[in-house]
Design a protein around this ligand. Structure first.
Ligand SMILES: [Zn+2]
Length: 45
């Protein structure tokens, strides 16, 4: 699973939940969530 914005690999927990979130079914890492607003993320993906 890779972040749609920075292309960094997103770590997955043992429960197979990613440390990030999904916008429009695309994975966004927690770093990018902190860095960008929701509107900016939606523009980038
Ligand atoms: Zn990212």
């Amino acid at each position: 699973m890779k972040c749609e914005i920075c292309k960094e690999k997103i770590q997955e927990t043992f429960l197979e939940k990613i440390k990030g979130t999904f916008f429009k079914k695309k994975a966004i890492c927690s770093n990018c969530q902190r860095k960008y607003t929701k509107e900016e993320i939606l523009e980038k993906i």
